[in-house]
Design a protein around this ligand. Structure first.
Ligand SMILES: N=C(N)NC[C@@H](O)CC(=O)C(=O)O
Length: 376
């Protein structure tokens, strides 16, 4: 019997089921082997620990932020006090943003589809959601009446699971509309590291637009750091949100050791590691696409995606039924229904495959998926 997806709940609960399986291609966290450069950082952790004990934490934080934001082209990030808040994860940053927004707004426009912990967090603080279809968001100006009816426009870019990136021109136009309607523009840029199309200086565009804005950056998907990560909550001046106050309700600060590790990993990435990572993900994406070539009805809806995940459209097959069948073989992907948080049936025929895995795991998973699909 096919279990209905609400019996299994949200995407993260699906991901939880996969955590101890040998073929976990469910979550977007990085689980591939460390590269040589990254393993040198791990070997240096005792020294980083000693440095974290001695060096002032605000110095470490400034250096980690600078190295990471420069690596990804974000040269105009706000370096002033209180403008970049370090959180234990991007979801903690999102919770702080949501609680802050809910003190001044009742409704929020949110890109559809996207990862479901975003609408869940926003609903959790009592905000009413209005779906903005990805095509709409990328198509042209948003409806003025829509913008007048919300306190915020929330955009995931690159989007999850589609990999769709908001271009510089599109961001400038969205920010201009948000400025005109006095709507906060919020970006979740968790997948930014994977796609050079997302490395233009977003902060320069946001700053020049005059709109109120918030950006959530995430180091957690880029490197295999065993969940050691930081979410950065970045915001414009005078944004009217009690971010600092709510931040202080939740935490005092993150580990300087983790900040030093991130700084070193960002340095390694700047020294060729990021280009290697892009090639690594592209190779894994090709393994999936080549491995499923010729399977009846199977297509890939996101040909331009560079994100560390790949959507597979199964034709008339149920994503949930295929997910269940794979689970019998101890292979876990992600059914795409819950990404379509306003209309789950729209994602009913898709699976998402994680690509931040060893090529061998991606190869084995693709072979298994192919055998299940040709038999279905
Ligand atoms: N706080 C949550 N729910 N974390 C899971 C999230 O990081 C997974 C994710 O974003 C992805 O698999 O694409």
């Amino acid at each position: 019997t096919v279990v209905s997806d609400d019996a299994l709940g949200n995407l993260t609960q699906f991901e939880f089921l996969a955590l101890n399986s040998s073929l976990n291609l469910a979550d977007g966290h990085a689980r591939q082997d460390l590269t040589l450069g990254q393993s040198r950082v791990v070997e240096d952790l005792p020294q980083l620990w000693a440095q974290a004990v001695k060096q002032p934490v605000d110095e470490i934080e400034r250096e980690a932020i600078g190295t990471y934001f420069e690596l990804l082209g974000q040269h105009s990030y706000p370096a002033a006090e209180g403008r970049v808040l370090s959180c234990y994860s991007s979801s903690v940053a999102m919770e702080i943003f949501a609680r802050s927004l809910a003190t001044v707004a009742e409704r929020i426009a949110l890109v559809h589809p996207t990862f479901d912990n975003i609408p869940d967090i926003l609903r959790g603080v009592g905000l009413e959601l209005v779906a903005v279809e990805e095509e709409q968001l990328h198509g042209g100006d948003l409806d003025a009446a829509l913008l007048d009816s919300v306190g915020c426009l929330f955009v995931t870019t690159p989007n999850n699971p589609t990999g769709k990136v908001v271009s510089r021109e599109r961001l400038a136009r969205l920010a201009e509309q948000c400025a005109r309607h006095d709507v906060v523009l919020t970006l979740d840029t968790s997948f930014r590291g994977f796609d050079p199309a997302a490395h233009y200086d977003h902060y320069e565009v946001l700053r020049d637009s005059g709109c109120r804005w918030v950006v959530i950056e995430d180091t957690g998907k880029l490197w295999p750091t065993l969940e050691l990560k930081v979410g950065w909550l970045v915001s414009s001046e005078h944004n009217g949100l009690p971010l600092g106050k709510v931040y202080s309700d939740i935490l005092l600060g993150v580990s300087p050791l983790v900040l030093l590790m991130i700084k070193r990993l960002a340095e390694d990435a700047a020294d060729g590691g990021l280009a290697d990572l892009h090639r690594f993900i592209a190779t894994n994406r090709a393994i999936v696409r080549d491995g499923l070539a010729g399977v009846p009805e199977v297509t890939f809806p996101d040909p331009l995606s560079r994100a560390s995940v790949e959507r597979v459209h199964l034709g008339s097959r149920s994503g949930l039924a295929v997910w269940q069948e794979l689970r019998q073989h101890n292979l876990f992907a992600l059914p795409c229904g819950p990404f379509h948080w306003a209309r789950p049936e729209e994602g009913g025929n898709c699976l998402r495959i994680a690509l931040s895995r060893s090529p061998e795991a991606v190869e084995a998973a693709t072979r298994l998926l192919r055998s299940v699909l040709v038999a279905s």
